[in-house]
Design a protein around this ligand. Structure first.
Ligand SMILES: Cc1cc2nc3c(=O)[nH]c(=O)nc-3n(C[C@H](O)[C@H](O)[C@H](O)COP(=O)(O)OP(=O)(O)OC[C@H]3O[C@@H](n4cnc5c(N)ncnc54)[C@H](O)[C@@H]3O)c2cc1C
Length: 259
């Protein structure tokens, strides 16, 4: 599994200065604050126009922690990250794309992309045991062979009809790939482009990061937490990564009032 952080939240300093000037406001800013954190603070302050004399002595981190404590989390939706996730299974992404709010997905198509050469994502519990791993490889290879064989047979059917238009041929191809993929397993490797805002990521980590029996989800959750925390520690400061006895990561949420 690999996650590429394609885009990170930032601010447009020139436009912020223009806004403050137009509104005759002074914003006492915390030094060395990331674009993600400043965006959240600015969105929060705009709600109350709490600039200058109306600002408390809170630092940016304290301001954001307070927003989260209050449940004023819509301001977290203004910061977004985009990732490309590779080396994950279709089984995993089937669960991932169930997250409807604050997420956008673009996934490798099995209706257009020939999966004959695709890798299979082997679960660690299987990989750890040689005999199981061997068996698993045999089974998944058979699925791939079946896919390739079916595709070749379906191709022969298509070639019999030479009077089709380009558009019809395209749909026949989609039909053919769809039929062939029906024998591919959940382990089939996929690639997915994911964009999500901070609030949605927090919800995702909360409900998905700590399920002991869902290792692939835990591994991805931990890596996402690591990547987003590098841009904004405070937005995710109530989450932390721990490790299970097999050394695999788990994302836990701090209980308020406890260290
Ligand atoms: C342990 C576990 C087991 C699961 N098992 C299954 C299973 O067996 N079968 C299955 O189909 N799914 C299962 N799921 C998926 C689960 O039901 C959710 O679809 C998935 O986790 C996405 O969560 P979500 O709806 O909270 O996220 P999002 O879709 O991102 O929604 C975020 C939040 O927005 C609100 N929201 C979103 N849409 C609506 C709406 N239409 N109406 C009201 N409020 C809304 C809710 O507060 C929701 O929590 C499981 C999830 C977990 C964590």
């Amino acid at each position: 599994m690999k996650i590429y952080k394609i885009s990170t939240p930032g601010i447009n300093e020139k436009e912020i200065i223009a806004f403050l000037k137009d509104e005759a406001l002074f914003w006492r800013r915390t030094e060395n604050t990331s674009g993600a954190n400043e965006t959240v603070e600015l969105a929060g302050r705009l709600c109350y126009m709490s600039f200058g004399n109306l600002q408390s002595n809170r630092t940016n981190s304290e301001y954001i922690e307070n927003l989260i404590d209050m449940g004023h989390e819509s301001v977290l939706e203004h910061v977004n990250w985009s990732f490309i996730i590779t080396g994950v299974s279709r089984g995993f992404t089937h669960q991932l794309v169930r997250h409807r709010v604050g997420f956008a997905f673009s996934q490798l198509s099995q209706q257009y992309f020939n999966a004959s050469m695709t890798c299979m994502v082997e679960p660690n519990i299987i990989m750890k045991h040689g005999f199981l791993s061997e068996k698993w490889k045999q089974i998944t290879n058979k699925s791939k062979e079946a896919y390739t064989e079916l595709l070749a047979l379906l191709d022969q059917l298509e070639n019999e009809n030479t009077t089709l238009s380009a558009a019809e041929k395209k749909e026949i191809k989609r039909l053919k790939y769809s039929a062939a993929r029906s024998v591919l397993p959940n382990a089939t490797e996929t690639k997915i482009f994911v964009t999500a805002n901070a609030r949605a990521i927090r919800h995702f980590l909360d409900v998905r990061g700590s399920i002991p029996g869902d290792e692939e989800m835990r591994i991805v959750s931990a890596e996402i937490l690591r990547l987003v925390s590098a841009d904004s520690a405070v937005l995710f400061s109530d989450f932390y990564i721990s490790y299970l006895s097999d050394n695999s990561p788990i994302v836990l949420k701090k209980i308020p009032g406890k260290q």
